[in-house]
Unconditional design. Structure first.
Length: 345
């Protein structure tokens, strides 16, 4: 089969690799119909994520069930499915507490041997382990493009919004309007805020955020914190959702929030260590939360919200390309010529 394969830093290639087959009773073989390129794939591309040469890339995908293991209960060949970007065991203490993202046996698709040695979704086929909880069925009439993001970035945006503790009437700032930030803009509105601001510097992202109901704030023209305070009688917004991970964005997310407010960080941290402003948090009664999305806990509800027309995640897709064009797609995504690229097989 054809697949995007890691060769070396900055070198992804579309190659022939052996078609995977199911090994365990809980496995499902999925024929991939659509895969997406994610910011985490760029971390691999740049050599920031440890990975073995030959690993198949891709953790955002939808497809059709081709074959099911003997223990699989929820799926049959022919079902259209979307996958969580990782598989969790379902029976460890953390899974039983509903924290699948903290599973002691978590394995991530398309991240090679060091992250559980699963296949990737930027390929014609992928084996999905523990399929009854890793996959969700796509509702009839829903397109692949509408469904694909519930397995990663839409769930992450929602997770960030939920943990921001938004109350009806609140003002919210989303820091960073990349794919995850745009998903946070969409999902934050489910909690009933009066205003959602979206801070970014890229005109196209700001335009899209505006289309999705946010008030765009161009960080290249104004100081975002000062602007947000000026919009809120100088006290700051009630909550912020940080979707970048760079220290400067985290600082903005902290500074723009009022006393007693909440900062919810879902951006991947660009540094492992940083001087946490302890006194600031103590003095201003602020709450700081961060984390990796607990994806399987949200997929069903998000699919229902998309089906009901309450969320339109597909609007963030900027480029549709073929799997065979993946090398060019990565070049474009890396050069920020594309907001979100999906690959058809
Ligand atoms: Zn991703
Ligand atoms: Zn577990």
């Amino acid at each position: 089969m054809r697949a995007v394969v890691f060769q070396d830093k900055g070198d992804f290639r579309v190659e022939d690799v052996p078609k995977p087959s199911i090994a365990r009773g809980s496995d499902v073989l999925v024929k991939v119909t659509l895969g997406a390129i994610c910011g985490s794939d760029l971390h691999i591309y740049h050599g920031h994520t440890p990975i073995n040469p030959g690993a198949v890339i891709g953790h955002e995908f939808v497809g059709t069930v081709e074959e099911v293991g003997a223990e699989v209960r929820r799926f049959q060949p022919g079902d259209r499915v979307v996958s969580s970007f990782y598989a969790a065991c379902g029976h460890c203490y953390l899974c039983r507490r509903g924290w699948f993202g903290q599973c002691v046996d978590k394995a991530i698709f398309g991240h090679g041997e060091y992250f559980g040695d699963l296949g990737g979704g930027q390929a014609e086929y992928v084996v999905v382990p523990l399929a009854d909880q890793t996959l969700e069925r796509i509702p009839e009439g829903m397109t692949d493009e509408q469904a694909i993001f519930v397995g990663d970035i839409l769930a992450t945006g929602y997770f960030g919004a939920e943990r921001a503790e938004i109350q009806p009437g609140d003002s919210v700032a989303v820091i960073g309007a990349g794919p995850v930030g745009l998903c946070a803009v969409m999902t934050a509105q489910l909690f009933g805020p009066a205003r959602v601001f979206a801070v970014d510097m890229v005109p196209e992202r700001l335009r899209l955020a505006g289309e999705l109901g946010a008030i765009p704030v161009d960080g290249s023209r104004v100081n975002a914190t000062e602007f947000l305070k000026a919009q809120t009688e100088d006290h700051g917004v009630d909550a912020s959702i940080e979707c970048v991970g760079h220290v400067s964005a985290v600082e903005t997310a902290i500074d723009c929030v009022r006393g007693g407010g909440t900062i919810s960080m879902v951006g991947v941290p660009s540094k492992t260590l940083w001087d946490f402003p302890l006194m600031h948090f103590w003095l201003f009664d602020k709450t700081f939360r961060s984390g990796i999305c607990n994806v399987p806990a949200y997929m069903r509800q998000l699919l229902d919200l998309v089906e009901a027309g309450r969320l339109r995640p597909e609007v963030i897709i900027s480029h549709r390309m073929r799997l065979e064009e993946a090398e060019e797609a990565y070049r474009m995504f890396d050069a920020r010529e594309a907001t979100k690229i999906v690959l058809t097989m």
